[in-house]
Design a protein around this ligand. Sequence first.
Ligand SMILES: [Zn+2]
Length: 478
Amino acid sequence: MRSAIKSKSKMYKRNFIAFLLLITILVPSTPARAQEGAGPIYIVQQGDSLYSIAARFGVSLDDLLAVNGIADPNTLAVGQQLIIPGLEGISGILDTKFINFGDSYRSLMRQTQVPDELFRKLNRVVSPSEFYVGANMIVPIQDQTQYSKRVSPATGESMLEFAVKNNTDVWSLTSINHLEGSWSGIPGDTLYVPGEDGGNNASGLPSAFISAEIRDLPIKQGGTGVISVTAQPGVSLGGVLVDHPLHFFPSQGGLQVALQGVHALLDPGVYPLRLDATLPDGSTQSYEQLVLIVSGNYPEDPLLYVDPATIDPASTEAELQQLIAITTPATPNRLWVGEFISPAIAYAESTYFTSRYGNRRTYIGQGTTVSVEGFHTGLDFGGGDGLPITAPAAGVVVFAGPWTVRGNATVIDHGWGVYSGFWHQSEIQVFVGQSVSLGDVIGLVGGTGRVTGAHLHWELWVNGIQVDPLDWLNQTYP
Ligand SMILES: [Zn+2]
């Protein structure tokens, strides 16, 4: 009996505490509740500030603070929900989406079920040319309904036939796809029907392509573009990014992958990406879309005064052309797996660099007015004279010998158009044709060639372009 009373009072206590907790939870939420219906919700992302959010949605900071009952603009947490005022007619959660290859304005409208005028209002899109790959668009998610199954009508197929075939009806099709009146679909066009997402994002692509995707959008100057395509059986792929022909190689899961470096000095802006498919019957299909290339935010190095001979094309050009010729072929076997490992790992912290990739450099010939604009084409690991250099990934040695500007140089082919170069060595310990594994010693650090002191310069070529090697130390390609 006593124990029963005791447990009853315990229960009462527990309920009372729960009641207090409930009040505590309810009270701060009251101001937000009062604002319900004031606008759609944006979920705060990494890197957002209240200022950037206000600017993005074209609302004043004061309005944003007021509607959300925020007193201190410096308190903002990732994942926090904010009401965005001034967007009449828009509700739900505002999500962001990077436009990927194959997304067209029309297909995105259908996929997200957002009426055209709302989309334009949210994103302030005025022209289809703003709809480039890498553009970050805001998409309101209206409800839980998913109309993401992608289907293409056949030639001569009527709306009714098409609807029946896809387990839906004419009225749903018309409404989901914003079709006007009777049938306005075109054979080869893409429509959505209620159902599970088939996992295909490349909704605007011609039929030879099943899907296409570009990783790590937007691509930066000095970055490596990874273009992954699934095509119909027997289709061979090609294409162009900016002005470089792409080389596709088979990867896991039926994917074909092309890697393409973007030049460090390419002006930020939009550039064409074109994919070409050659079908088994010899016919071809192409798809082209603009891709955003953003600044790598590379710093400017102090002016460099050098021996005029070192910047005279008469002495530098032949060696550069030889290096370009060596690093141009894209050999079909990918010899690396996973991330690259620093070639200076044997003696230096993997985060210790005396000069990074991409730094803008102006070389001035001492005693002359001759200057050359350029950028730092690799990573420099300072010091380490006489210490071992190791292969950052497996490959085959395709050059090993003395060069005037680069000193004792080694070039390793990792396959798929990816090459490593190691300059200024005191000693080369490999020969042309030799296969090397990750971590094998390939030579010793030195100060040969045109340098001011001993250091290792490592550079990485991806389909004819020097890219930031740090990306390859920090993440896996493809
Ligand atoms: Zn260097």
